[in-house]
Ligand binder design. Structure first.
Ligand code: AHM
Ligand code: MG
Length: 354
């Protein structure tokens, strides 16, 4: 930034004042600076974040062209949950998987779009890498055709099976408290990569002209209270009584209420807005989705880790998301996530109605 004194002299002498942008750190610089603060630092985790950064740029390029080329619409296949896969889902899945495999930095990958986990061996056929990545490569993909923000969600764990052996299902079925990193990319009005390695949450915005992410949102924090609630109210009659009661509480004219209702239908976008403005996101059980809709491993755990690192909270309505012991790869759970006091209030209603 230019100093007040120089600005004054320039104006006095009719010189043009050029505003220099403050030079923010790039994501690449930030990763290198923070590498040593990570307790098991060997550079591998940094290389994983770097790969995700690269894949995010490639997917971003394609997402931005979605309306221009013949890329929207169903690919004609269904994923394991029986949902139509969009072409961009398939594309994003391939880009993230290939980027991680090519760089030989993970020993396994689990993806919402794949029925089973992928075992990754090095080019010498060894299994010496330490980390597994779980991801939802393109979340909220039903929004692609209508030009609404979508996202990528990822979660990183250290393997629990011995290094040198192929990964097993146990490496993937770890509770969220074991995560060493998690993050998301939001392909919105601007593209951002937000992540944590357990030392706070930082957000980086892509400058598309030069393809570089810059630190734009350092140390992101949820406010303790918020005024936004995000839920698909079309499912109201199927919600558990505790959620119905909580919604009525949000709508009541009292104190700082009624709250504002905002629902995009892309978890990443709803979460991102609520983290910045203060709010709660809820996807409870419904009769259509008796275990909730969102996946514990690909969506809830990573978002819960980010939420907690930002001072927020994530619950299944009764207890901490990150303490749930997963039993299957594509497990679904109810999800209540956001500003701490709002999540606690929702839990109170759930407990009362139980
Ligand atoms: P997806 O992984 O198939 O895209 O589904 C997850 C999405 C979330 O992003 C979003 O919050 C939720 O599903 C919306 O569901 P609904 O349309 O039932 O409200
Ligand atoms: Mg998803």
């Amino acid at each position: 930034m230019i100093s007040q004194k120089i600005r004054y002299l320039c104006l006095k002498h009719n010189y043009i004042v050029f505003e220099m942008e403050e030079r923010n750190r790039t994501l690449g610089e930030f990763i290198i600076e923070h590498q040593n603060s990570f307790q098991y630092s060997t550079g591998e985790l940094s290389r994983i974040i770097n790969s995700i950064r690269l894949a995010a740029k490639v997917v971003n390029y394609k997402v931005n062209k979605a309306g221009l080329v013949d890329i929207v619409g169903a690919a004609g296949e269904q994923n394991i949950q029986g949902e139509d896969q969009q072409k961009l889902d398939v594309y994003a899945n391939e880009v993230f998987i290939q980027t991680l495999i090519n760089r030989e930095i993970v020993c396994g990958i689990g993806s919402e779009e794949n029925d089973d986990f992928i075992t990754v061996a090095g080019s010498d056929n060894s299994h010496n890498n330490k980390y597994v990545v779980l991801m939802d490569p393109l979340d909220g993909s039903s929004n692609i055709d209508v030009n609404v923000s979508v996202g990528t969600i990822f979660s990183v764990f250290r393997r629990i099976t011995p290094v040198g052996t192929p990964v097993t299902i146990e490496d993937f079925l770890q509770p969220g408290v074991n995560q060493v990193a998690a993050g998301y990319v939001i392909y919105g009005t601007s593209t951002m990569l937000v992540y944590t390695t357990g030392d706070g949450v930082n957000g980086f915005t892509l400058n598309p002209a030069i393809g570089t992410f810059y630190l734009s949102h350092p140390n992101m924090k949820y406010s303790e209270d918020g005024k936004i609630y995000s839920i698909n109210e079309g499912n109201y009659v199927h919600f558990p009584q505790g959620v119905k009661d909580y919604i009525k509480y949000c709508q009541l004219e009292e104190g700082d209420r009624p709250y504002t209702s905002r629902y995009i239908g892309s978890l990443v976008s709803d979460f991102h807005r609520n983290m910045i403005k203060g709010g709660i996101y809820l996807y409870p059980t419904t009769s259509k989705t008796p275990n909730g809709k969102l996946r514990l491993l690909y969506e809830c755990n990573p978002m819960a880790f980010i939420a907690e690192q930002a001072g927020g909270k994530a619950s299944d309505g009764f207890g901490r998301i990150m303490e749930i012991q997963p039993t299957e790869l594509h497990q679904r759970v109810p999800f209540f996530c956001g500003s701490k006091n709002m999540v606690e209030k929702a839990e109170e209603f759930m407990a009362k109605a139980k």
